[in-house]
Design a protein around this ligand. Structure first.
Ligand SMILES: *Cc1c(COP(=O)(O)O)cnc(C)c1O
Length: 469
């Protein structure tokens, strides 16, 4: 009977096969005690099951030992437990790198946010009267003091600020904007799309390169709610151009009894040009020029947490505060704490450049960067070995986050280039640096991987990463 013979044969084969252990047997291994403590029973069982399943389906020979299976499960659990939001070294040369989280916060802001996380805080509580308070009042006074505005409010980010201002002041009516300012800012912020989302009808005036005062004046009709300017931060129209100055747009708006809104984007509180940096509009100047409501980001040149600041006329700010979107876009206590500490730094101008990392990085002297690059070059050369040339080179850093990409800030970088030119080797090295325990992010430029020194402060931490190369 062939049937019986088959059975006998397979039974015989099975007896000789080494078997994978059971989950229970693995759990009893002394090696597993620490793993169970660190990751808990449920996650450990699930990792062991998945490693057993992998070993079974891959028909691995010889079968992995119990100890090996336990080690694989532990590696899997350790990997899962790692934070996805990893610290990295930003050596891209872009100080406010949106994909790397923009502004690095001051120690004071970090401490304030930590306190707000650790303990109850007087977020909406009036300590003097014992009654209910308003969370905006924590920062409103500071914003007014630093910008000259009558009133201020804050939301989750500048895109939210623009959306809220338009919805509150111009919902179902028209807002007049120059065609030269209908910009897209990185990360899919497009002025016409935000207008639509706010329920506002966009009225475009002028042309891409030239808009005149009469263009604004002629566009005003019975349905007009506001005139608006958008700071076209990340691109520039050059040549035969004309833009209407703020003060003139303000006059046209006010003659018609309309508010004038400006989205500044980066919006600095201090004059960057005075520090030898690319010129950016200063919020106080906008208010002084007659802008009724100005919006700007908290995590760009301000150097604070992600937030959208709205400053301007008190009657308009009151209307903005009452809109339902304000509640949906409100700031958390951590962000408010960090924002308050950041704004406070501006009250001590002599310490500002050292206190706020964004301004500190932007203004570091070249000699300091050059010296650091020179110190690090030999370590890198040694780690990379024969195939790589390491030299200190001039590089162009930039502000980032929608500031002019062609407004370079002179910097210094380590240029790593393969001795025998190879694009593939460069890509591979960049990838290797990204796999370090604290990943190092540089940029490939003209046949070299550049590690820009402008944002590197933790030199010992960086050197320690090189040990893992
Ligand atoms: C950056 C920017 C925004 C978006 O600000 P977020 O804080 O990123 O939301 C909007 N408008 C302008 C002009 C900007 O530069």
């Amino acid at each position: 009977m062939p049937y019986a013979i088959d059975l006998a044969e397979s039974a015989e084969v099975k007896v000789d096969l080494p078997r994978l252990p059971s989950v229970d047997a693995l759990l009893r291994l002394p090696e597993m005690r620490q793993v169970l403590d660190a990751h808990g029973h449920a996650a450990t069982v699930s990792a062991l099951r998945s490693e057993l399943e992998k070993a079974r389906t891959s028909s691995e020979t010889p079968l992995p030992s119990s100890v090996e299976l336990a080690a694989r499960a532990e590696r899997q659990l350790d990997e899962l437990a790692q934070h996805r939001l990893k610290r990295v070294f930003n050596l891209t040369g872009t100080v406010l790198h949106t994909n790397l989280g923009r502004a690095v916060l001051s120690e004071a802001a970090i401490a304030a946010a930590a306190t707000a996380m650790r303990s109850p805080v007087a977020l909406e509580f009036d300590l003097a009267g014992g009654g209910r308070g308003d969370r905006d009042s924590l920062v409103e006074g500071l914003i007014c003091e630093l910008t000259g505005a009558e009133a201020a409010t804050v939301v989750n980010n500048n895109a939210g600020a623009v959306l809220l201002v338009l919805a509150a002041l111009a919902g179902r009516r028209e807002v007049v904007v120059s065609r030269g300012e209908l910009v897209e800012i990185g990360g899919s912020f497009r002025v016409p799309d935000v207008m639509r989302a706010a329920g506002v009808k966009l009225v475009e005036v002028g042309t891409t390169n030239r808009t005149h005062a009469r263009d604004y004046a002629d566009a005003i009709g019975p349905r007009t709610a506001a005139l608006m300017k958008v700071h076209a931060s990340n691109y520039r129209v050059t040549g035969f151009t004309a833009e209407v100055p703020q003060a003139e747009v303000a006059r046209i708006a006010h003659d018609a009894g309309l508010p004038f809104i400006e989205d500044l984007g980066a919006g600095s509180l201090i004059d960057m040009a005075a520090m030898g940096l690319p010129k950016e509009p200063v919020v106080r100047d906008c208010i002084a020029a007659g802008v009724d409501v100005v919006t700007f980001s908290g995590d760009k040149l301000l150097g604070g947490p992600q937030a959208g600041l709205i400053a301007g006329r008190s009657d308009l700010i009151a209307r903005i505060r009452k809109h339902p979107l304000k509640r949906a876009l409100r700031l958390s206590k951590m962000t408010l704490a960090a924002l308050e500490a950041t704004l406070n730094a501006y009250r001590r101008p002599d310490l500002l450049m050292s206190d706020l990392p964004t301004l500190r990085h932007l203004t570091r002297p070249l000699a300091e960067l050059e010296a650091m690059a020179a110190r690090l070059a030999p370590c890198l050369a040694e780690r990379l070995g024969e195939g790589w040339a390491v030299r200190v080179t001039a590089s162009d850093a930039q502000v980032g986050s929608g500031s002019l990409p062609d407004a370079a800030i002179p910097s210094r970088a380590l240029a790593l280039s393969p001795v025998r030119a190879s694009g593939k080797a460069l890509i591979q090295l960049a990838a290797r640096l990204r796999t370090l325990p604290v990943p190092v992010i540089g940029r490939v430029h003209e046949g070299a991987l550049l590690l820009d020194m402008r944002c590197l402060e933790d030199e010992p931490g960086f050197t320690a990463q090189l040990e893992h190369l």
